[in-house]
Every structure is written in structure tokens, then in C-alpha cells.
Write a protein that binds this ligand. Structure first.
Ligand code: NAP
Length: 385
């Protein structure tokens, strides 16, 4: 059959310019990427994860340009069997990671290398039209959380050329090096480094919005004060960048489709822009979640989420049932140890946006606005009341 005859038979095929493979499609950024790309007829989208999520697209749109592929990327045989389907892929988005081992451990590096190698081994031989691989890592590229930490260290703003931390086992370095080794001189690639991701997912280990919203919902339900439990420094000073999942998704698409990149300029911080402190936004967040804050009870160095929330699983079950929410266990959304570490982080992890600004990527959000937006989204998805 001629190309023209094929296009008449399937007019949708004629309009498609790009074919995306989103690895980690049910995660914080994967979901947004999928929704953005599916909403334009120019993209066909393959989404890969271990389990489907029917909130990515409404179930009744099963004839859309979205194709879910269930695959455990840590299983090389399964990956070899399921991914060669992706022969028409033009753009890969790597927004996943293997989280079984402790960050900064050699095992974590090995596992993440194996996961990406499995995927590349399965798709590279057949994907003849592949043009770009977009990798998501993070601002932890610039710091080690293992110390020692200098108490009086001033805030430092890392740009993309800031050196790797040495010696350190950081799986971000391993993934960057692997892409360079496998793609250099053949296929374009870029790296995106978000700060604290602000988005919605029930498949995320380090889920800030899930943790914040479950905590707020429990406070409201039990009439407890909404406390910031952490260090004075984290409460009062600018310590971390917010990264709206919409911004990070837009930046992936922008770099994958619009910029001529070479190995020296393909790494980008992916951060909201305007800085913030938890102290200046806490009251607005509390009001949005419908919980009370009082000057006296708001900030506490002695309050640990992992202790205060340890016995609240049943309270969450009750909230889910009473409010008719999508069924989740508390720890599908909330990670109390993560919140404890985040609000007690001994180092400031802050970046500059000069590089993307200079190249014309204009998307910016105020972090408090990102938080408000994603609370509304999680309510719309019936993940929280
Ligand atoms: N979370 C943050 O705040 C944050 C901040 C800065 C940087 N980062 C970095 O961003 C990158 C992505 O992390 P994220 O937090 O955005 O992702 P995430 O929301 O945790 O999503 C992970 C995705 O990968 C899938 N997945 C996990 N293991 C898999 C496997 N073995 N096979 C197939 N799919 C698998 C998950 O779905 P299933 O579980 O259903 O398979 C999910 O779709 C990481 O490098 C992370 O360090 C994250």
C-alpha cells in the first residue's frame, strides 16, 4: 500500500510528527508529560511503568494516541520482550528511578545503571528514528548529604557547570555517563535537574505534595494544629528550590524539540525561579487545606512527622471512606521520613536559572502558587478531601 493510501485509511497517522516513550509515566512528571503530549495530535505516546494509572487519561479515551506498556525495567528479560514494540519512537523521556537502595549507595548506582541499560539495550537497535533522550535527575547533583556540614556556610547558588561532588556515589552521575557512553555522536540528549518536585502521584517515594496534603487532612480531621516540624534555619531561610511538575515537563519538551544541544550545554537546572521560605508560605497553605495555624504552635523543632503520624493509618482510611476518595494507603501518598529530612536538611540546595533563561525557556512559577494549583489537582483526582 502506498503512503498516501495508508494516510487516507488512518488520517490520525498522517498528523503524527513525534513519538514519545515516557519511562515512569505514572510518576510526578511522567503524568504531566503524558497529558501534555497526548493533548496534541502531533504526538503518539508510549507510557511505561509497572502498573497502569487510569487517571493519566480518562478510561473512555482508550482509542487515543496513548499506549500504556506494563514493564518492570529492572527485569531484563521482560524489558527485552516488551520494549522492542517501540520501533517508531523519536523521543525518550527518562522520568523514573529505582528506589530500593539508599541514595548515595553503590547499590543504588548499580541498580539505576541496570534499569537504564535494560531499556537502552531493548530499544536502541530498533528505534531508527530516535532523535533525543531527555533524562531527569535533580539538584542533588551538586551536594552530598553525607556531610560534614559547615554550620555557617552561606547560601550558594549552583549553576549547571558546578563540579560533581567527590568522592560520592550518586546515581545521577552514573546515568549521565551512561547516556554519554551510549548516545554520544549518534543521538541528542539533555539532562534536567529539578529541586523539590511539586505535583500529584500515588506512585512516588519522595512525594512532597502527597505528604503535605495527607498531613493537613489528618490535622483537619482530628482538629490538630498544622505544625512545621523542622529546624529554624529551614523554616526561616531559603533552603531549596520548588519545581512545579508542569514546568519540568515543559522544559523536557522544550529541550527535546527546540534546542540544538551538544555534550557541553545539554544540562539544565529545572526550577521555579522565585525563591521562598516555608515561614512566608505556611499560613497560606494551611488556609488552603482548611487547617488552623497559631503563631504559638506553627513552628516546632521537636515535632517529627514520622513520630506524630506513625499511628494515623486508620485515621487516613476513615477519611478516604468518609469522603469517597480513591482508595490509597497512607504511605501511597505520604512519606514522613522524607518530610522530616526535608525540613531538617543540613545543606542548602539552590540553583540558578540563568542558562535556561538565556536560551529562552520562559516558564516560571511562584512555589506557593504551584502548591495551591496541585492541591486543587489532587482534590480533582479525589486523592485528598
Ligand atoms: N521526587 C522529587 O521531589 C524529586 C526531586 C528532584 C529530583 N527527582 C529525581 O527525578 C527522577 C524521577 O523521580 P520522581 O520522583 O519524579 O519519580 P516518581 O514520581 O517516583 O515516579 C517514578 C515512576 O517510575 C515508575 N517505576 C519505578 N520503578 C520502575 C520499574 N522498575 N520499572 C518500570 N517503571 C518503574 C513508577 O511507576 P510504578 O511504581 O508503577 O512502576 C513511576 O511511574 C529521579 O532521578 C529523582 O531522583 C525527584
Amino acid at each position: 500500500m502506498s503512503m498516501a493510501a495508508e494516510e487516507t485509511k488512518n488520517p490520525e497517522a498522517a498528523a503524527i510528527d513525534n513519538v514519545a516513550a515516557i519511562f515512569g509515566v505514572t510518576g510526578l512528571v511522567g503524568k504531566v508529560l503524558a497529558r501534555k503530549l497526548i493533548s496534541t495530535p502531533k504526538w503518539k505516546v508510549y507510557g511505561i511503568a509497572r502498573a497502569p494509572d487510569h487517571q493519566i487519561i480518562p478510561i473512555d479515551q482508550s482509542s487515543s494516541n496513548f499506549h500504556f506498556i506494563q514493564c518492570d525495567l529492572l527485569n531484563p528479560l521482560e524489558t527485552q520482550k516488551r520494549l522492542p514494540l517501540l520501533q517508531d519512537v523519536t523521543h525518550v523521556f527518562w522520568v523514573t528511578w529505582a528506589s530500593q537502595y539508599q541514595l548515595d549507595s553503590i547499590e543504588c548506582c548499580d541498580q539505576n545503571r541496570a534499569m537504564m541499560s535494560n531499556a537502552l539495550d531493548a530499544i536502541l537497535p530498533g528505534a531508527m528514528a530516535l532523535r533525543h533522550v531527555s533524562l531527569q535527575t535533580g539538584m542533588k547533583h551538586y551536594v552530598s548529604l553525607q556531610g560534614p556540614f559547615d554550620e555557617i556556610e552561606e547560601a550558594r547558588y549552583y549553576n549547571e557547570e558546578s563540579p560533581r561532588v567527590n568522592p560520592s556515589y550518586n546515581f545521577y552521575y552514573v546515568l549521565e555517563d551512561l547516556l554519554k557512553e551510549r548516545l554520544h555522536g549518534k543521538i541528542g540528549w539533555s539532562v534536567h535537574r529539578p529541586g523539590l518536585l511539586i505535583g500529584s502521584s500515588s506512585r512516588t517515594l519522595y512525594n512532597f505534595m502527597g505528604s503535605l496534603c495527607v498531613y493537613g487532612s489528618i490535622c483537619k480531621h482530628l482538629n490538630l494544629p498544622f505544625v512545621f516540624g523542622g529546624t529554624k534555619k529551614c523554616w526561616e531561610e531559603t533552603c531549596i528550590d520548588g519545581s512545579d511538575a508542569r514546568l519540568v515537563a515543559d522544559q523536557h519538551i522544550w529541550a527535546a524539540t527546540n534546542v540544538d544541544l551538544d555534550d557541553h550545554s545539554n544540562t539544565f537546572n529545572a526550577i521555579n525561579g522565585p525563591s521562598f521560605t516555608w515561614r512566608e508560605i505556611w499560613k497560606a497553605v494551611a488556609e488552603k487545606l482548611g487547617v488552623q495555624v497559631s503563631e504559638e504552635h506553627t513552628f516546632s523543632e521537636d515535632f517529627w512527622y514520622s513520630k506524630a503520624m506513625a499511628d494515623k493509618q486508620q485515621v487516613w482510611e476513615q477519611i478516604v471512606a468518609e469522603k469517597g476518595l480513591v482508595e490509597t494507603e497512607m504511605d501511597n501518598l505520604a512519606n514522613w521520613d522524607f518530610l522530616d529530612v526535608l525540613f531538617r536538611c543540613p545543606v542548602k540546595i539552590l540553583g540558578t536559572r540563568e542558562k535556561v533563561d538565556g536560551l529562552g525557556f520562559t516558564v516560571r512559577y511562584k512555589t506557593v502558587d504551584s502548591i495551591m494549583y496541585w492541591i486543587d489537582c489532587m482534590r480533582d483526582e479525589k486523592l485528598i478531601p
